[in-house]
Write a new protein. Structure first.
Length: 404
């Protein structure tokens, strides 16, 4: 049988991260690669009790088809927990926040549409957008995120106006950077001036270490923003539950796209999450995640400082799950990965996170799932791999003929 693929299917590519995760299944591998929450943070006992209660008190409804918008009490909890006034009617429960990106792509992108993304940006968003065949334009970014001046320059006008700009202001995946208050104000001002909507992805916003991040972009740009959140990082990713907050004019089309995709997110899972979240559970639970992740971050920063050769640079994220490493120019992280795996350590090369010209001398490290001893061992092995790559590059440069 010869299957004829749609043109959009040809645009689909496997997740680099998911492919690397297969490598990490090798026994003995220390993985800094996956964006996986620590299983130590999963509230298993609370979900066990919630499962029993939901099945006992609401069993038939929890196992039945349900409204596409989502479970009413859960939507009310989401709306009440946001730092600006939101009606529950604006909340759409999704099958993970990744589905939210897919729905946005379906209703906002035509073939050839311009969309704006950070440099670098979340790989999963690029995967969701690419099948709709947009022109993804990378906007210059720095340690505070999207640069407002380049955003203004690339926003476009009329038919060439960008359909939206996609941003992760808090503890960004992959870099771990956070957008400052001043930068948020500047970006929103450009969005309102140019008429370019903002798609704000915030799966990590509750995972701050010392102080919460500034107010969301959407709180300042309610009619011109869509906000995505997730239960994966504060409860459990296996539930596959997230949410969107959309302005009333856009919500109906997102809902229609949701209905066509999966009818609704799992009724049972939604009721369990609502049950667990009762009585302020997240207010007690999330601080324990923050404390664990801060300890992991501090330990990795200390290991990097101790082990890494001269010329390697990294940032200090103030929340989230990732930090960003820059190698000396000429050291290719993609070529480095198999050599690191030979030493039983894995990471994600940074090149996959760029919409256009990749910076091949970058890598993402996740610090939340490895133990302190694994961090020590893994960073030492990674540093030795990098040291050898630098030495090989120096030898190659010395052997190159002199251009007269």
């Amino acid at each position: 049988m010869n299957w004829t693929l749609a043109a959009r299917a040809e645009k689909m590519n496997p997740s680099v991260i998911r492919e690397i995760l297969k490598v990490t299944e090798k026994p003995g591998i220390i993985s800094f690669a996956g964006g996986l929450p620590s299983p130590k943070t999963f509230p298993v006992a609370e979900f066990r009790a919630a499962c029993e209660k939901v099945l006992t008190e609401d069993g038939p409804a929890s196992l039945q088809y349900a409204a596409s918008e989502g479970y009413g009490p859960l939507r009310e909890m989401v709306a009440a927990g946001l730092p600006w006034k939101v009606s529950p009617s604006q909340v759409l429960i999704t099958t993970g926040s990744q589905q939210g990106l897919d729905l946005i792509a379906k209703i906002l992108i035509d073939q050839g549409s311009r969309i704006l993304v950070e440099t670098p940006t979340y790989l999963g968003a690029l995967q969701a957008f690419t099948p709709m065949e947009p022109r993804a334009v990378a906007v210059a970014s720095d340690d505070e995120g999207l640069r407002a001046d380049d955003f203004q320059a690339k926003a476009g006008q009329g038919a060439e106006r960008a359909r939206f700009a996609y941003l992760l202001p808090n503890f960004q995946n992959p870099t771990g950077r956070t957008m400052s208050e001043a930068r948020r104000a500047a970006v929103v001002a450009v969005a309102q001036e140019t008429g370019v909507p903002l798609v704000e992805d915030n799966p990590y916003g509750d995972l701050w270490f010392d102080q919460p991040p500034p107010a969301p972009l959407t709180a300042r740009n309610r009619e011109g923003g869509v906000y995505l959140g997730s239960f994966s990082k504060v409860l459990a990713p296996g539930l596959r539950l997230g949410f969107m907050v959309a302005p009333p004019g856009l919500y109906p089309k997102l809902l229609q796209a949701k209905q066509a995709a999966d009818l609704h997110s799992p009724s049972f899972n939604q009721r369990m999450v609502a049950q667990v979240m009762q009585d302020g559970f997240l207010g007690r639970h999330v601080p324990t995640i923050r404390a664990l992740y801060k300890s992991q971050r501090d330990h990795m920063l200390a290991a990097l400082e101790r082990e890494m050769p001269e010329g390697v640079q990294w940032n200090k994220p103030v929340g989230g799950m990732f930090l960003w490493v820059r190698l000396p120019q000429g050291v290719d992280a993609v070529a480095l990965l198999p050599r690191a795996v030979e030493r039983n350590v894995a990471f994600v090369p940074g090149a996959a996170f760029y919409a256009d010209t990749p910076e091949t001398h970058t890598m993402r490290l996740s610090f939340v799932t490895a133990s302190h001893s694994q961090i020590d061992t893994g960073i030492a092995a990674l540093a030795q791999t990098i040291r050898e790559a630098i030495a090989a590059l120096d030898t190659q440069r010395q052997a190159a003929p002199v251009q007269l």
